[in-house]
Design a protein around this ligand. Structure first.
Ligand SMILES: *[C@@H]1O[C@H](CO)[C@@H](O)[C@H](O)[C@H]1NC(C)=O
Length: 134
């Protein structure tokens, strides 16, 4: 009985943990970069990018609590010249892909499941293949 109560408490408590993970993702300019959102499980999730003023800007939001997934592309895609190049899957993975990467894509990307769903922050770094031969 006590063990069950304790388990319930632990499960309830873990829902409020703000897990921050993420990786440094390096990609050759022109190639595609994959940004995982693994482990973020909230019905409302969003991809954001950090701007030069240290503010997180919305790129894509996904609500999966309805009969069909509601994926919305936000104005931030224009802010960062990412419209048409930054996409995310409207499923449990919510994996983001940046196609035809450029140096201006370097920066920090957040997959946010709000306070209960956790957060992942990736740092993207593009490189020029010819620099490798110097
Ligand atoms: C990413 O790179 C920075 C700088 O090299 C390093 O301090 C940090 O630990 C790295 N983060 C991860 C998640 O590997």
């Amino acid at each position: 009985m006590m063990v069950t109560t304790l388990l319930h408490l632990m499960v309830a408590w873990s829902l409020f943990l703000n897990i921050v993970g993420g990786a440094n993702i390096t990609v050759q300019m022109g190639r595609s970069a994959t940004l995982p959102c693994t482990g973020i499980t909230n019905v409302f999730r969003e991809w954001q990018r950090l701007d030069t003023g240290d503010t997180w800007v919305q790129l894509i939001t996904l609500y999966t609590g309805g009969s069909t997934p509601d994926l919305q592309e936000k104005a931030g895609l224009d802010t960062f010249n990412l419209r048409g190049r930054f996409t995310a899957t409207a499923d449990d993975d919510f994996t983001a892909t940046i196609t035809n990467t450029r140096a201006i894509d370097d920066g920090r990307y957040l997959c946010d499941g709000s306070s209960s769903g956790g957060q992942i922050v990736h740092t993207l770094l593009t490189y020029c293949k010819y620099l490798l031969y110097k």
